[in-house]
Structure formats: C-alpha cells, structure tokens
Ligand binder design. Structure first.
Ligand code: NCD
Length: 317
C-alpha cells in the first residue's frame, strides 16, 4: 500500500530514534516502507525535491568504512533539502584519543544537528549517543548488533518485487554470527510474516537468534530448498576470530552461491547481497551480475528512498 507524505500517520510512529528494528512495531515498519515506496516511485525524477527538511542540518559520523550507506544517507538528506555535514573520523581528533562522548558533545555544541547518523564498531554506540543529544539518532550499523536501514531497504526491495513479504521463504547465508545486516533482517522479515532460513557453517551460526521461528541449516542444498530469495552475506573478517573459516576457496565450494546451488531454491528464486561483495568467496560473479536473478543493484538504489522516508518521519514528527 503506497501512501503520499500527507497520508502518513506520523503519530503512529512513536520512536524518537532509529536504533534497531527490535524497537519497531509492525505498524512502524509499514509506515516507513509505505513512505519509502512513494519516494522510490519518484526517485528518477530529478526535479522531485520535496524540500521538507530545508534548513535542517544532518551530521553523518562514520567510525567504520562505508560506500553505500553514507552516500545514500547524504543523497537522501539532500533530496529532502537538508544540509549535510560529513565528519571524516579518519582525519579527526578521534586519532588523538578523543572519546566518543567528547566528539559527540563537541559536534553537538558546534552544529546543533537536527539528526545524527552514526556508524560505530562498538555494540550499542548509537543508543549511548542518543542519551547525550536532543535530536534523533539513526543507527547506520553498530558492530554486529543492528543495521536497521539496511533491513528496511531490503524489505522495500522485496515488497516492490513480490508485492508482499508475508509468506515468502528467505535464506540468509554465510557469516550470520557477525552480521548486523542478518540480525536486523531476521527480526524484520519474521515480523512481517516471512519464514527465515539461516544457512551457515557451525562456526558462523549465531549462539542465539533475536526472534523465535528461524530454521537453521548446515548446508546450502537443504537450506535453500523452497526459498523464494537467497540473501548472501560477506564474511565479516574484521569481527571474526582468526581461523573460523578455513580458506576462501573452501568457503566458496561449500557455501558460495553459484548457479548450481541457486538451483536448490525455488525456480526463478532471486538473489540479494547488502554489499560490499567478495566475488568468488560468498557469491559467484556471474550470479551477482545476472539482472534476471540478482536484486543487488535494486537494493542499492532503494537505499536512498528508504533513508528519505526514515529522515522524513523522524524529523517531521
Ligand atoms: C554492510 C554493513 O556495513 O554492515 N554493508 C552495508 O551497509 N551495505 C555489510 C557488510 O559490511 O558486509
């Protein structure tokens, strides 16, 4: 169901921040997706600039690398008319030992931002920052905890393709244990009525799941059976204890998504990946690049309207 910005009932959205999918009700998820769907419909119109955040200052603060997430937040903010300040942590006083608390207090005093978009390598950093400031904080990924806008853009991509998420069977494969994308998606997809399969080697299976009802599999053949969608994940080596995965080629042989393994899923099953991809490690290049099977570039594209919707809702409340 699509809605225009005027029709969105922002009063039903009770959150001040977007820290995790965990905090969102099904109604709140659908409010974001309905509005994101509207923005996605207009994304290719260059002159479509709602300007509803004119005068607002959005601060992006990324303590970890990013290509898509930071750029799409910036694009989304600009399309809504906001001013964006991208703080480059690599050349900042963080390198002189400044604490997160001092960095936030300094930038908050200087800019008086209307929203802070934060990516951090510490679990819970966005929640901590939300206690220090008087503006909405949007989590752009904290350690292996959550990455809520990624799950929302994935859901938008699925909804636009399949018309509904309820009743889909979706395999999330690979390094589930260290992936914030997997955590946010397991919660969101289950909440919207999908059946989630997790497919991973023993060492990369999470110790516990964030929601009940997830089915786990140790091989791609069984895990992909009956699936409408196969979502692959990058091995998060930056958060992984050395030696957990034997070698890239062993991993690719057992868990890398090739056409051969994709054939275990439903005929015509579609492929997702949040990026960045490691080709020939978790996914074969020809599968990733196949426009008939891969939703990967659509996911990237849907990042902008999803983040427009999130900022619209949190800042216009
Ligand atoms: C993901 C992330 O940073 O969590 N990337 C993204 O935001 N699209 C996944 C990853 O790094 O593997």
């Amino acid at each position: 169901m699509q809605s225009s910005p005027q029709k969105v009932n922002r009063r039903l959205f009770t959150q001040k921040h977007l820290i995790g999918i965990e905090d969102l009700s099904v109604d709140e998820i659908n409010i974001i997706l309905d509005l994101a769907d509207y923005y996605a419909d207009h994304l290719d119109e260059r002159e479509f600039k709602p300007d509803i955040l004119r005068g607002a200052i959005i601060l992006t603060l990324f303590f970890e690398d990013s290509t898509r997430t930071r750029t799409s937040f910036e694009m989304a903010a600009k399309r809504l008319g906001a001013d964006v300040v991208n703080m480059d942590v690599r050349t900042s006083s963080v390198n002189k030992g400044e604490s997160l608390l001092d960095t936030i207090q300094t930038l908050h005093a200087m800019l008086r931002p209307d929203a802070i978009i934060l990516r951090h390598n510490e679990f819970g950093a966005p929640k901590f920052v939300s206690t220090l400031v008087d503006c909405p904080v949007i989590n752009a990924g904290d350690s292996w905890h959550e990455h809520p806008t990624q799950a929302l853009l994935d859901a938008l991509t699925l909804r636009r393709r399949f018309k509904k998420i309820d009743g889909l069977t979706i395999a999330i494969c690979g390094d589930v244990a260290h992936s914030r994308v997997a955590t946010s998606n397991m919660i969101l997809l289950t909440r919207l009525g999908a059946q989630v399969h997790v497919v991973a080697p023993e060492a990369l299976l999470p110790q516990k799941f964030p929601v009940p009802g997830i089915r786990t599999f140790g091989n791609m053949k069984d895990g992909l059976a009956g699936c409408d969608v196969v979502m692959m994940l990058r091995n998060q080596t930056e958060r992984m204890q050395a030696g957990l995965v034997k070698s890239d080629s062993d991993f690719f042989r057992e868990f890398g998504l090739t056409y051969e393994k994709l054939a275990f899923a439903k005929p015509g099953a579609l492929v997702m990946h949040p990026g960045p991809m490691n080709r020939e490690v978790e996914i074969a290049g020809d599968v990733a690049d196949d426009p008939a099977r891969s939703l990967i570039l659509e996911q990237v594209r849907n990042g902008v309207p999803t983040r427009m919707a999130v900022m619209d809702i949190l800042l216009k409340k």
